[in-house]
Design a protein around this ligand. Sequence first.
Ligand code: APR
Length: 236
Amino acid sequence: MTPKTIFVLTGAGISAESGLGTFRDRGGLWARFDPMRLATPEAYAADPDTVLDFYNHRRRGVIAAEPNAAHRALARAEARLSALGGRLFLCTQNVDDLHERAGSAAVVHMHGELLKARCTACARTSERRTDIVRTDSCPRCEAVGTLRPDVVWFGEMPLHLEAIEAALAESDLFLAVGTSGAVYPAAGYVRLARAHAIPTCEINLNPSDNADAFDDARYGPASVTLPAYLSDRGLQ
Ligand code: APR
């Protein structure tokens, strides 16, 4: 049976097969770097050059990466569901643009976007595909040394929460793909779905921290498990 509205939450695992590292797997980003020194407003204030270098390196990795079969499967499902009069609401924790480059038309980035810069003086954002350095000036207000990556750091509020929770409440199916279930509020969405009696499924390499909260699961690489799962629902 094809659901009418699907809420999909993605995490770093969906981009792993595109060569972008995850955070909490063995050898993950937070196993190699201290997030409190690189991914907080305080870290940026204390040592902007180190923080900017870290995100410049990640931005170059995103630009060099390509979407994989899992990203493309979601783009196909979005188009197919729309043609059937339904909707796929794609909420990602990822700051890369691989969903967009795979063809997803509507992507909600609750942790921001690495390919955008935000000015700490005027708070406006601008597209940013090159490194951010402290001598840069804001293209909007021309302030110098005020640009930061437009991503949500630890201790900052995730984005678009009201729209996300409203979309989740109206869904017929909740799908989590490639996320460890370690960071809230995203990690709580499966329980919010259950509270609305919405069927849930996790698609992950291994059982996540939230595995017990899901009705269903497919374990294995997302590039294999996600297209198969969506195909079983007539969405490929
Ligand atoms: N296919 C499917 N799942 C995979 C794959 C793969 N090829 N490779 C790894 N995974 C799974 C891992 O098993 C893990 O459960 O993806 C998950 C990645 O978990 P995390 O590294 O914790 O990433 P994520 O859940 O997105 O982290 C959430 O934490 O630090 C913050 O802002 C950061 O958005 C991030 C948030």
